[in-house]
Design a protein around this ligand. Structure first.
Ligand SMILES: *Cc1c(COP(=O)(O)O)cnc(C)c1O
Length: 291
C-alpha cells in the first residue's frame, strides 16, 4: 500500500499567483494531512496489532482518517471523546457519520480512555489526539519530497510554504525537510501554545508563526471568514476546509505584502467536516439577516 503524489496547481487571487498543493485530492478515502500523518501506520506491518485506540473531538478529521486506516489494516478502532451531543447521535453527520460507517466504536468518556491506557496491551496501537506524534514524520517527509519535485518541475524561483496549524505537527516536519521558509499560524491556541507544541515534538529549526490582527477562537463562527471561504471557492474553484483554512488564508493575505517570494499553500483536506460547519454557518447567517 502507498500513496500517489497529490496534484500541484497554479491559481490566481486578486492578481497574485498562488501554488496550491492539493493534499485534499490525495486519495478519495484517505486524504489530507491526516493521511500523511498516518502514512507510517499504513505502509508498515504491525503483526501483533489488532486495534487502534485514540481520542479527541466528535467531528475530528483524525478520527475519520483513523477509521479508514483501521479498515484498511483490518484493525478494530476504539475512539474516546468527551461528549457527543444528542442531536449528533440522532442525526450523525460529517466525520462522525462516516467513521461510524467504518465500524468505529465510540466511547463517550475521557476517564475510560485513561483507564484503557493503563491497561495498554501489546495488541493495541495508541494514537495521540490529532496525530501529534513522531511517526507522522515519515509521511510528511514524503510531502516535502513531492514539494521539492513540484517546485523544481514548475521552476519556482523563491518559494515559501504556508499552512494553518492545529498541533503544528505538519508544519514542523515540513520545515525540517524543506530548505524553504515555512510559515504557519495557530488555529487552536495562541502562538505560545503552538511554539510549545513544536518543542515537544522536535528540536531545531521551527516554522515561523504569523498572527492575525484579530483573534479567532477554534471552531467558532465568524461571518467574515465564511465570506472569505466563499470567495476562495468562487475565485479559485477550490473548496477549502472551514475550520483551519479560512483562518490560514486570512493570516496569509494579511502578511502577503511583507513576504518575499512565491506562496505555496498546502490544502490539508478535511472536507467531510464542512457539512456540519456549513449548516452552523447557514443558521447563523439566517439569524443575522432576520429571516
Ligand atoms: C488536522 C488538520 C490541520 C492541522 O494539522 P496539524 O498537523 O495538527 O497542525 C489543518 N487542516 C486540516 C484540514 C486538518 O484536518
Amino acid at each position: 500500500m502507498s500513496l500517489s503524489p497529490s496534484p500541484f496547481q497554479k491559481h490566481c487571487l486578486n492578481g497574485t499567483t498562488f501554488y496550491i498543493k492539493r493534499d485534499d485530492l490525495l486519495d478519495p478515502n484517505f486524504s489530507g494531512n491526516k493521511a500523511r500523518k498516518f502514512y507510517h501506520f499504513l505502509v508498515h506491518d504491525f503483526p501483533h496489532i489488532t486495534r487502534v485506540i485514540s481520542y479527541g473531538s466528535n467531528q475530528s478529521n483524525a478520527m475519520y482518517s483513523l477509521s479508514v486506516l483501521a479498515q484498511m489494516k483490518g484493525w478494530e478502532f476504539l475512539y474516546y471523546c468527551d461528549h457527543i451531543p444528542k442531536t449528533l447521535k440522532e442525526n450523525p453527520s460529517g466525520n462522525y457519520k462516516y467513521a461510524l460507517q467504518n465500524n468505529m466504536k465510540i466511547m463517550e468518556s475521557i476517564h475510560k480512555y485513561d483507564d484503557s491506557l493503563k491497561q495498554m496491551d501489546s495488541v493495541s496501537l495508541h494514537v495521540e489526539e490529532g496525530g501529534r506524534q513522531k511517526e507522522a514524520e515519515e509521511g510528511i517527509r514524503l510531502l516535502a519530497d513531492e514539494l521539492l519535485f513540484d517546485i523544481a518541475h514548475v521552476g519556482i524561483e523563491q518559494p515559501y510554504i504556508f499552512l494553518p496549524s492545529g498541533t503544528g505537527t505538519t508544519a514542523l516536519f515540513l520545515q525540517k525537510h524543506l530548505p524553504y521558509p515555512v510559515f504557519t499560524c495557530s488555529c487552536v491556541g495562541d502562538s505560545v501554545y503552538l511554539q510549545k507544541q513544536f518543542e515537544m515534538l522536535a528540536e531545531g529549526h521551527f516554522p515561523t508563526i504569523l498572527t492575525s490582527e484579530k483573534k479567532y477562537h477554534y471552531g467558532k463562527l465568524y461571518v467574515e471568514l465564511y465570506v472569505l471561504w466563499e470567495t476562495l471557492r468562487r475565485e479559485m474553484g477550490i473548496e477549502f476546509d472551514l475550520v483551519y483554512d479560512p483562518v490560514g488564508w486570512k493570516v496569509l493575505l494579511e502578511h502577503l505584502q511583507y513576504l518575499r517570494g512565491t506562496p505555496i499553500y498546502i490544502h490539508q483536506g478535511g472536507l467531510l467536516g464542512n457539512v456540519s460547519m456549513e449548516e452552523r454557518y447557514k443558521r447563523k447567517i439566517t439569524i443575522i439577516n432576520g429571516q
